[in-house]
Design a protein around this ligand. Structure first.
Ligand code: NPW
Ligand code: ADP
Ligand code: K
Length: 491
């Protein structure tokens, strides 16, 4: 799994890695440039118009110059735009400047006519992780003009201006793609920067995972290739008991859809037996909508032990007696999943937090998390609060949204890479609750259940939205869960 390392440690990491491999910092920059070049060729083969590369004074600009050389030598039409006298630039910038082929046009920012950029490609290599203050002067002016131009825009490592680990002040480059080296910088994963990053591509430059571990900040980026290792294997003799018996608690008059979606998602995720405890008068909604589900009229708290996992909250309403909720939590000795109204009841009755079984999974979206833990000025502060919350209450927190963040009781954080905007649709969170509860019931530990649930939920959303886009609804997501097993090659 990829480590996410703080921006201000990247140059330390680069130096240590280059030294361990007996290579120079220029060699590493060349690797970065080659990985970008390969990505570019794949996406823009035979691009006929000019490619403008904007090169700042540091190593991000050095990357830009190396990319200019590689592209020109491959037959692309390339111009670089510079901002500083070469002698004021980083050492590797200077080396790459001397290596520029004659065919690369060198322009100075002052003399550039932005009209020329129309229908071209603009590559932003002005600043990367080294940006240390808001953009101003010539840089701000250039970026403001670039943001208005009708061209394809690609940022190298980070859109210039976006800080690696904090929130943007002022303006930044608005990219269609950001090609980031080795691991995504935290600044690429936060909602405040959504208008700048475009599609994020993580380009491998060959720093091995064990090496990155020595710089670990216990923040990770979960990708498709990581998922199979979190899955349990079942054998040919497995029976429905092995796939787990789960109980889902929720639903209320007018909100039965939430618990129905949740239970259907659990079945599609593979649960052997799904029981729903919902208002008895409303049972037909479940029995017609999901004939595989058993609706429970009542249960004795002492019998909860027959269930492998419990999910609580979708559509539950706020009228539930908090003491009853507390008794459920106290009577179950394994982790539970708490979502939606379950979380809202916790927010109103914080004394219940101590009754939650350790390693339970809470799945708030941003608003629900604010109700639980207070309001925050930005996502960086929210992520820090999530860490404190998980550590203090010994729970896993799934903070939902783009790049959903799973925070663990040991303070580590896992950022999810799957999913898309079309998943912002009613009931999508209920589907996730059903999936995570199902995995817990199938015998997964809490981290594996959360990671597999969140990733496959996002993947199901991606697959289902191919033909539906904005028309995708939560039922489409859950009906696509089985395809995620095929896509990931999991039996
Ligand atoms: N493993 C990897 O990740 C690899 C990383 N590599 C690449 O190196 C990049 C990092 O390079 P970097 O450290 O030289 O920093 P970079 O972003 O070029 O900026 C520093 C310069 O900008 C200046 N400056 C800053 N803010 C400013 C402002 N607002 N306005 C004006 N000036 C400002 C600052 O000057 P100063 O603060 O001294 O005035 C300094 O001159 C990284 O993102 C990646 O692209 C690859 O080559 C190899 C593998
Ligand atoms: N832009 C997005 N990118 C990726 N995933 C998203 C995006 N918007 C929403 N989602 C996912 O969709 C789900 C929405 O859950 P939630 O807000 O609880 O919806 P609801 O309450 O309608 O069920 C979450 O899992 C969230 O991560
Ligand atoms: K950049």
């Amino acid at each position: 799994m990829l480590e996410i390392i703080e921006g201000n440690r990247v140059s330390e990491l680069d130096k240590a890695f280059a030294k361990s491999e007996g290579m120079s910092s220029w060699d590493l920059m060349e690797r970065a440039a080659i990985s970008f070049f390969n990505w570019f060729k794949l996406h823009f083969t035979n691009f006929p118009n000019e490619i403008f590369i904007f090169c700042g004074p540091g190593n991000n600009g050095g990357d830009g110059l190396a990319v200019a050389r590689l592209l020109e030598m491959d037959g692309f039409k390339v111009a670089v735009v510079t901002f500083e006298d070469v002698l004021n630039c980083s050492q590797d910038y200077q080396i790459n400047f001397t290596k520029l082929p004659l065919g690369v046009k060198v322009l100075v920012y002052e003399s550039l006519e932005f009209d020329l950029l129309k229908n071209c490609i603009c590559i932003d290599a002005i600043f990367g992780v080294g940006v240390n203050r808001p953009l101003s002067g010539k840089y701000l002016k250039t970026i403001n003009s670039l943001n208005k131009v009708n061209a394809k825009k690609i940022a190298i490592d980070l859109p210039s201006g976006i800080p690696a680990d904090t929130i943007l002040e002022g303006d930044a480059f608005q990219a269609d793609f950001t090609c980031t080296f080795q691991f995504p910088k935290l600044g690429l994963l936060i909602p405040e920067h959504a208008d700048f990053t475009g599609k994020i591509e993580v380009l491998d430059i060959g720093i091995p995972e064990p090496f990155l571990k020595s710089f670990s900040q216990k923040k990770y980026y979960v990708q498709k290739k990581d998922i199979p290792s979190f899955h349990r294997k079942f054998n040919n003799f497995s029976h429905k008991g092995d796939f787990g018996r789960i109980l889902l608690i929720g639903g209320d008059q007018g909100k039965m859809g939430a618990i129905l979606l949740c239970s259907r998602a659990a079945l599609r995720t593979g649960s052997g037996l799904v029981h729903v405890f919902a208002p008895w008068d409303e049972r037909l909604v479940i029995q017609v909508g999901a004939p595989e589900v058993m609706v429970v009229n009542d249960f004795s708290l002492s019998d909860l032990g027959i269930f492998d996992a419990i999910g609580i909250g979708p559509g539950w309403g706020l009228e539930v007696d908090p003491n009853y909720f507390e008794m459920i939590l106290q009577s179950f000795n394994s982790p539970v999943v708490i979502d939606a109204d379950g979380l809202n009841i916790l927010s109103k009755n914080p004394n219940l937090l101590k009754a939650i079984p350790p390693n339970s999974i809470l799945t708030p979206h941003i608003k629900e998390f604010e109700r639980l833990a207070g309001s925050f000025k930005d996502q960086i502060e929210r992520l820090e609060k999530a860490r404190e919350f998980s550590i203090n209450h010994k729970v896993f927190l799934v903070l939902k949204g783009a790049f959903t963040c799973i925070t663990c009781p040991d303070g580590s954080q896992y950022f999810n890479s799957s999913g898309n905007k079309y998943m912002a649709t009613a009931g999508s969170g209920d589907v996730l609750t059903g999936m995570i509860t199902s995995f817990l019931g199938q015998g997964y530990d809490s981290l594996s259940a959360a990671i597999c649930g969140v990733f496959q939920h996002g993947l199901a959303g991606e697959l289902a939205s191919v033909k539906k886009r904005r028309g995708m609804v939560a039922s489409d997501i859950l009906e696509t869960i089985p395809q995620t097993y095929l896509n990931l090659d999991i039996e």
